[in-house]
Design a binder for this molecule. Structure first.
Ligand code: SF4
Ligand code: SF4
Length: 169
């Protein structure tokens, strides 16, 4: 029951987090519910997370629209993500796309260009913020706006250190 309520809370947080990144409208479950197999806990792998600590989902509308070059989905994503209000762009299929937070070999979408957390983590040479010694005190806008998500990432950091015996950088 506790796991289920944690999961609901996490999904709620992620849905709100779309203001930081389009992916957060389509969160991947990271806590086990009644219908999921409970696996032994292990340290999170930074390579399997985005720079802020999220895990992108292939269910993401914008990602699907991008790889399939689907105009209808792109228009839906443009409206749902409120790109005009957030980024001041008119609908343009060339600008409405995203290949993911770490697809460095692909063109960079506006959501990634505007992400200060991604920029900072990359600048420090970190794959994920839970590797960062400054996470707890970091006052990036993303964390301020989504404090529950930050708590979740701090929880990942604890597992990263204790279960994985990793040191922060
Ligand atoms: S680091 Fe920024 S661009 Fe990457 S997933 Fe997180 S919010 Fe999105
Ligand atoms: S200071 Fe650390 S926690 Fe904050 S955004 Fe940069 S890498 Fe992430």
């Amino acid at each position: 029951m506790k796991a289920d309520s944690n999961r609901r809370e996490f999904l709620k947080t992620c849905s709100a987090f779309c203001a930081g990144c389009a992916f957060f409208l389509h969160p991947r479950r990271i806590t086990a519910g009644d219908d999921e197999e409970v696996k032994p806990e292990k340290a999170p792998n930074p390579d399997e997370h985005t720079h802020c600590g999220y895990q992108c989902s292939e269910e993401c509308k914008l990602f699907k629209a991008t790889v399939n070059n689907d105009m209808t989905l792109k228009k839906e994503a443009y409206q749902e993500w409120k790109m005009k209000e957030r980024y001041g762009i008119e609908f343009d299929p060339e600008q409405v796309f995203c290949y993911g937070c770490k697809a460095d070999d692909k063109p960079m979408s506006i959501t990634l260009q505007k992400c200060t957390v991604r920029h900072c983590a990359k600048g420090k040479g970190l794959e994920a913020c839970f590797q960062c010694k400054d996470l707890k005190t970091c006052d990036m806008e993303l964390w301020k706006r989504f404090s529950d998500f930050k708590k979740n990432v701090i929880g990942m950091q604890e597992k990263y250190m204790t279960l994985g015996e990793n040191e922060l950088k």
